[in-house]
Design a binder for this molecule. Structure first.
Ligand SMILES: Cc1ncc(COP(=O)(O)O)c(C=O)c1O
Length: 369
């Protein structure tokens, strides 16, 4: 999936390398406007391809990043230790239950590497956020991909059936990327209880703050086979700062740390400071989630109005079918300097669009029209 993403960026000619520094600086709402979540600005290219928060980082995190850039001559100790403690406090677990990563991708990666130590297989949905599993496969975990249900949810009974005696890891992305769908709590509980009897279950909660769902963090102390991955990239708007973490039983954290060369060491001091600041800024998260919901509803209704099939989403992106779309979608994106995504499923021509500011979504809808 990542290689798809790269070639897709290249294809559009709008990859990161092609964006000048000045443009990158203007990608977030300007600092002087940080007290208001400005949603009227349009920056080009309009980046609707990576489920980024168009407003973030929040004001407090932003200030911490800028202030702490000057102490980048230092390693992140002891600030990383403090961040681990603060995350633990926020998640009602102990510090020994937390492991930091450079984004939650590193947590997924470390989990894959740990599982691959004993070879065997890895079960995941298809499509899902699975690009990190390519590495796990190279290291010895055979991937078993299980197609989603017709309504684009993880097919939990089929995933359970797909498990074999040598399955070491099961990946549950809930809500699922790229589809934005949720499985019910009851179904997830039954699945996790069963699957974790024989394999590790990695629950990716990157988008859980957009929903009213309860985290599975509360399950980790009684079950060593459960790992919850979380990120500062989405609701906290810190994707480029790279901060994520795992929550798991202390023995599991110890085991995962064994395949991370410098446990908790991969985040810059500015990023750690920003993470600490972000945790004290729930207003930013609340405001963003509300603005996202408004822009998502607008986009959902607009795509539906032009006759496209759209999957109801619990996230900051929408999954929809290009079947029946009269124009050349990718030409429209290119001509209007909009970054979107490739087709994830040929059958039905399903693609994904991230939710930006309302102004960006109005621009996108107008371009499609
Ligand atoms: C489901 C899911 N998990 C994890 C990530 C990784 O995010 P990061 O490495 O920025 O924390 C993403 C990013 O889009 C995602 O969609």
């Amino acid at each position: 999936m990542e290689s798809n993403r790269r070639s897709w960026l290249k294809q559009l000619g709008l990859g990161i390398a092609g964006i000048g520094l000045t443009q990158l600086e203007s990608v977030a709402a300007p600092f002087e406007k940080h007290r208001i979540l400005d949603d009227s600005l349009l920056n080009f290219p309009v980046r609707l391809n990576a489920n980024e928060n168009p407003f973030g980082p929040g004001p407090k995190a932003r200030e911490a990043l800028i202030k702490n850039a000057v102490v980048s001559n230092r390693y992140n100790l002891p600030q990383a230790k403090t961040l681990v403690e603060k995350i633990a406090e926020a998640q009602s677990v102990a510090a020994e239950n937390v492991l930091l990563g450079a984004g939650s991708t590193e947590i997924l990666d470390v989990t894959g590497r740990y599982a691959a130590l004993s070879k065997g297989s890895l079960v995941l949905g298809d499509p899902t956020f699975g690009f990190w599993t390519e590495t796990a496969e190279r290291l010895g975990l055979k991937r078993i991909k299980v197609p989603l249900t017709a309504d684009k949810k993880l097919d939990l009974p089929a995933m359970l059936k797909a498990m074999t005696p040598d399955t070491k890891l099961v990946y549950l992305c809930n809500p699922n990327n790229p589809t934005g769908t949720l499985n019910t709590r009851a179904d997830l509980e039954a699945f996790i209880t069963e699957a974790s009897k024989t394999a590790m279950v990695l629950i990716d909660e990157a988008y859980i703050e957009f929903t009213n769902e309860k985290s599975f963090v509360g399950w980790i102390n009684s079950n060593k086979n459960i790992i919850v991955a979380k990120t500062f990239s989405k609701v906290y708007g810190m994707a480029g700062a790279r901060l994520g973490y795992a929550i798991a039983h202390k023995d599991t954290i110890k085991a995962l740390s064994g395949v991370q060369s410098w446990p908790n060491g991969n985040n810059s001091i500015a990023t750690v400071a920003a993470g600490l600041a972000a945790l004290t800024d729930p207003t930013f998260v609340k405001d963003y989630v509300a603005l996202n919901e408004k822009a998502r509803t607008f986009t959902y209704n607009s795509l539906t109005a032009i006759g496209l099939k759209v999957i109801p989403s619990y996230t900051n992106f929408l999954y929809f079918s290009l079947e029946g779309y009269k124009k050349d979608y990718y030409k429209v994106l290119e001509q209007n300097k909009i970054m979107g995504r490739e087709i994830f499923e040929q059958n039905g021509k399903w693609t994904r669009i991230s939710i930006g500011t309302m102004a960006e979504m109005e621009y996108y809808v107008k371009a499609l029209g």
